[in-house]
Design a protein around this ligand. Sequence first.
Ligand code: GLP
Length: 243
Amino acid sequence: MRVIIGKDYEEVSRLAADEIEKVVREKPACTLGLATGSSPVGMYRELSRRCREEGLDFSAVRSVNLDEYVGLAPDHEQSYRYFMDDNLFDHINIDKANTYVARGVGDPDANLAEFNAVLEKADVDIQVLGVGPDGHLGFNEPGETLWDGAHMETLDESTVDANARFFASRDEVPRRAFTMGMGNILRAGKLLLIISGRKAEAAKRLLFSDKIDPRCPVTFMRLHRDAVVLLEKSLADEIGYQG
Ligand code: GLP
């Protein structure tokens, strides 16, 4: 695992964008595994700028997203499809037909089968990740076991709390979500984790221990042979990590 400390969120976002840019320049028809949440927003802003001002070309790029809330339609402002359009796809020259976010509405079994079929074919070159305060990746919540493939998860109460900030009230947070499984994540060619926000516990578990623990899913990143972890200096200082 390569751990990089940026001086602030802006620098972390630029460094994360560098990793994506490298992949896109080397392989213009690459597949990006993308994530939502506030952590990658700065990186998406920077990639949009590079596309607009520096000609970073996404025209042949494909993408597949980590997760989606069950029950939210694509035009719901808190759906992850809406988030991706709003934060990235509407600002770069990607063909939206080549972007995939699992369907939140309709028959859940059919939606899940479709998600798994897409993942089966997708050869993800780089997977962007954020981490939940409880260590979840995508919506792979802590537990005794983790899943290999895409599945439906019931959100932990702590995840509902953490994500309530995006909704008008806590009651509106969907309780279920589709997510890539840990196997899908680990099969990506490269992992790019951005740790931002109140993540001290999860960061400590990842950076200070070599235990792989399903009760802290982010620790599974240690099994990957090409994983990059980016965090801000303030968090590194808070947990006493010196690299
Ligand atoms: C959600 C998403 C995760 C994301 C996490 C952290 O639960 N499903 O993929 O990593 O939130 O979000 P944030 O970056 O806003 O802290």
